[in-house]
Design a protein around this ligand. Structure first.
Ligand code: SF4
Length: 371
């Protein structure tokens, strides 16, 4: 089992918090799509295992035209899916709600899951974030996707905005639950260096919310989504039964994946990680010459152990300690002791996982468990 990630780095405008590799310059879009098709051909033998999931992320994949998406899927199907039956695969496309609401919007026929960023249902906050959609468009987009036959929809929500209150969060939760979607990803607002949001905070124009309030928000989120029938299967991800994201779960379970496009990362499932250059011009020029513009690193055993901690401990099931060599198992159990004693970690049989209390300080626990 393996996954395919395809990176579409184009956006119509930039959101203030965005730290992803994306651009508003669309001049190279046609050549970029052709280059991605060529990259797939160049790397066709890289992953011998069958692809179980395909994920078009960005950027904003929904800014691509119908013909551009058709040619991408032609190659995805031919090169990596070998023209087989795709109905049992999970094929996700990230879309912006405003794109879905445009007249004439259509999804490539193979797509069976859509991931959409709602972020908040307060229009003034959407404007502050410089999102292009309005809160009303999220509901319209969900209805349009249902009409198109999409039975698996994921919506992203953010919390912890400057001056946000618990009542604001509860309103957002009411709205997101009214959508009736199958999957919700919820993240606290991050201030990534280099973003306009980060600069605003540096200049004192906005303030981080209080840490205690942020924890209460996370707690509220978990309680309300669980009450509504969602399972928290990962620190930031909630799904109705049977609707976990198979693609993202494969990242956390260290399944091999191939990343196509500028800035896309790949992993062989064992010890090699590679990444394409994060520059569209260089990417296109290199692929047009028949060369993959990527760098790779071989992970030593200690790094593989650290990666296992930071991926599998994010999952509800945690880490199967039988997968570790004796030296790492012994180290992990020793480092875990005080967290087990204070009920921040739990060992069920062979599985070591965070407890509900441990979720709130997952980053510091994971860093303590690392080599
Ligand atoms: S739409 Fe997504 S990728 Fe594009 S700027 Fe906004 S957050 Fe970044």
């Amino acid at each position: 089992m393996a996954g395919l990630y395809v990176h579409i780095p184009f956006c119509e405008s930039r959101c203030v918090y965005c730290g992803f590799y994306s651009t508003i310059l669309s001049a190279l879009r046609g050549r970029y799509v052709e280059a991605m098709c060529k990259e797939m051909e160049l790397r066709k033998d890289e992953c011998p295992e069958p692809m179980e999931t395909v994920y078009l992320g960005g950027g904003t994949p929904s800014v691509l035209s119908g013909p551009e998406l058709d040619s991408l899927f032609l190659y995805i199907n031919k090169v990596f899916l070998k023209g087989g039956d795709t109905r049992s695969l999970e094929i996700t496309m990230e879309c912006n709600p405003d794109d879905i609401c445009k007249a004439g919007f259509r999804l490539p026929p193979m797509v069976n899951r859509v991931s959409m960023g709602a972020q908040t249902f307060a229009d003034e906050r959407l404007r502050f974030l410089r999102r292009r959609h309005t809160s009303g468009q999220v509901g319209t987009a969900v209805r349009r996707l249902r009409d198109m036959g999409i039975g698996n929809i994921s919506v992203d929500l953010m919390f912890g905005f400057p001056q946000e209150t618990l009542a604001d969060l509860n309103h957002n939760l009411d709205e997101i639950l009214r959508l009736g979607v199958e999957h919700i990803s919820a993240y606290s607002l991050m201030y990534e260096e280099g973003t306009p949001l980060y600069r605003m905070r540096e200049q004192g124009k906005i303030e981080d919310i209080d840490e205690e309030l942020s924890l209460r928000m996370y707690d509220t989120l978990i309680l309300r989504l669980e009450e509504a029938g969602f399972e928290q299967y990962e620190i930031s991800n909630f799904a109705r039964p049977g609707f976990r994201s198979r693609h993202n779960s494969s990242y956390w379970s260290r399944v091999p994946y191939v990343g196509i496009g500028a800035a896309a990362h790949s992993f062989n499932g064992r010890d090699i990680r590679s990444w394409n250059v994060a520059d569209i011009r260089q990417y296109v020029a290199s692929i047009e010459k028949g060369e993959c513009p990527s760098e790779a690193e071989t992970l030593d055993e200690d790094t593989q152990y650290d990666d296992l901690i930071t991926t599998s401990m994010r999952m509800r099931e945690g880490l199967d300690i039988r997968a570790l060599k004796p030296k790492y198992k012994e180290y992990l159990l020793k480092r875990s002791k005080r967290f087990l004693d204070s009920r921040l970690l739990q060992l069920d049989g062979h599985r070591l996982h965070l407890t509900r209390a441990g979720l709130y300080i997952s980053d510091s626990i994971m860093s303590e468990l690392m080599w």
